[in-house]
Design a protein around this ligand. Structure first.
Ligand SMILES: Cc1cc2nc3c(=O)[nH]c(=O)nc-3n(C[C@H](O)[C@H](O)[C@H](O)COP(=O)(O)OP(=O)(O)OC[C@H]3O[C@@H](n4cnc5c(N)ncnc54)[C@H](O)[C@@H]3O)c2cc1C
Length: 419
């Protein structure tokens, strides 16, 4: 049996776990990353065809982590966001140039992100990746946590760590092993995702149509393609997934309000059942939950990974501050975990709250609610200060803004992460 002693064990090497491994490098800790699925396996759940809209704060964090340079070639800037409701006049148009910004953020394919981060991990000197190993058991022992894992052929490994970070997704095994209960809300919706090519150039415009059966988004993507995210009631999903291409494209064109003319080419369709998972706590003794393990949310506001990146940047900052202040370098001290949770709670709670409210507000056919959402869109459309506030929140600037999101160094006299 393989045995390891490490400072920080990250369980889950998906979007969040792998990014965290990069963020922790300059702090001098020995880090171990445990991932259940082999990198090139078609079933790797985190690095799929999803197009991820990343706010400007997230792009800055990724730049600080040394990942943006390679990602930039794969990224498409979002210069305009257009939010509308079918059959209603109110429409919000946020233009980055009008706010003196080059863009609000970028769109990156999760698969491209996976390729970049997985190529980067082997260059990190204080990181060991154990993959494919699935964490199965956990116990506390002498100021540390021991995690047991197993691979597909039954080989076992044991990792002893001073801090365990659970980045093992919405169905987190670590969360279950700790007995942390999570509240799950099933939206009864399925997100259908695919790449489509519209007749007209997207010119950096992102469209979100808020319909009572679920939100519909077209995100600007490479090669004049758009990333389509179409949320529909579960009962409609199978039919849409099986529908002949031309019929699907015609339906999607209508749903898009013909925003970019007819949608002409369709990539592979895949689907996601949508639910919100929020645990009762984001920590236990020497354990933190991060990313989807701590908050899986509806994709309506494109906030899930953005939130996870702010978690990462804040954890790195808290640990750096602990070192700067001459406190023990033990990364699993309760004081550090409490500080992290306190800094992250407002952003997490607000994002979870408004994401769910948006699904509820736009999913209702009640006359009063329809009127309320018309008024809300109308007010935003008319009030530039409200637009700026909305844009800055969507870009990820809210609550405690971690230094990495501001482009500031994590540690004094520190020249940056290796790229
Ligand atoms: C349709 C859709 C569109 C989205 N669009 C956006 C967007 O535009 N912008 C945005 O910011 N977010 C978006 N999101 C959200 C984003 O995808 C998630 O926030 C993100 O995937 C969370 O990453 P994670 O690493 O926390 O979890 P996951 O992606 O679930 O990764 C978990 C990892 O842990 C591994 N693992 C699981 N169990 C174990 C174990 N026991 N031992 C070891 N490893 C384990 C898994 O193999 C996996 O690699 C979208 C989500 C959906 C569904």
């Amino acid at each position: 049996m393989m045995e390891r002693d490490t400072d920080i064990l990250i369980v889950g090497g998906g979007l969040v776990g792998a990014s965290l491994a990069c963020a922790l490098q300059p702090l001098g800790y020995q880090v171990t990353l445990l991932e259940a699925v082999a990198p090139r396996a078609a079933a790797q759940p985190s690095y799929d065809d999803r197009t991820l809209a990343l706010g400007a704060a997230s792009c800055r964090i990724l730049a600080a982590l040394g990942l943006w340079e390679a990602l930039a070639a794969e990224a498409t800037p979002i210069r305009e966001v257009i939010v509308s409701e079918p059959g209603r006049p109110a429409r919000v148009e946020l233009q980055a140039a009008r706010m003196g910004l080059p863009c609000f953020g970028h769109v990156v394919e999760a698969r491209a992100f996976g390729a970049v981060v997985l190529a980067h991990l082997p260059t990190l000197p204080r990181l060991e990746v154990l993959c494919p190993f699935r964490a199965e058991a956990l116990r506390h022992e002498d100021q540390s946590v021991v995690v047991e894992a197993r691979n597909d052929v039954g080989e076992r490994c044991t990792v002893r760590a001073r801090l365990v970070v659970a980045a093992d997704g919405a169905d987190s095994a670590i969360r279950d092993l700790l007995g942390i209960k999570a509240q799950t809300h099933d939206f009864q919706q399925t997100a259908i995702i695919a790449n489509v090519t519209p007749e007209q150039a997207h010119a950096g415009r992102a469209f979100e149509r808020l319909t009572s059966s679920g939100p519909f988004a077209l995100l600007p993507h490479q090669g004049q393609r758009c990333g389509l995210v179409w949320c529909v009631p579960n009962a409609d999903a199978e039919q849409l997934l099986a529908m002949p291409e031309e019929e699907f494209l015609a339906r999607a064109t209508e749903r898009a309000g013909r925003a970019l003319g007819p949608l002409q080419k369709l990539g592979q369709r895949s689907s996601w059942a949508l639910r919100q998972v929020v645990p009762a706590s984001d920590q236990a003794e020497r354990v933190l939950l991060l990313g989807n393990a701590a908050h899986a949310i509806h994709p309506v506001g494109a906030q899930g990974f953005n939130l996870g990146l702010r978690d990462i940047a804040t954890l790195a900052e808290v640990l750096a501050d602990q070192q700067r202040d001459g406190e023990a370098a033990d990364p699993g001290l309760a004081a550090a975990l409490d500080r992290y949770s306190a800094l992250r709670r407002p952003d997490q709670q607000a994002t979870i709250g408004w994401t769910r409210d948006m699904v509820g507000l736009f999913g209702s056919e009640l006359a009063l609610t329809r009127r309320a959402r018309g008024l809300a869109l109308g007010a935003i459309a008319l009030l530039p200060p409200l637009q700026r506030r909305l844009a800055s929140r969507a870009m990820g600037y809210r609550g405690h803004i971690p230094r990495l999101a501001l482009g500031e160094p994590l540690l004094p006299d520190w020249s940056g992460y290796p790229s």
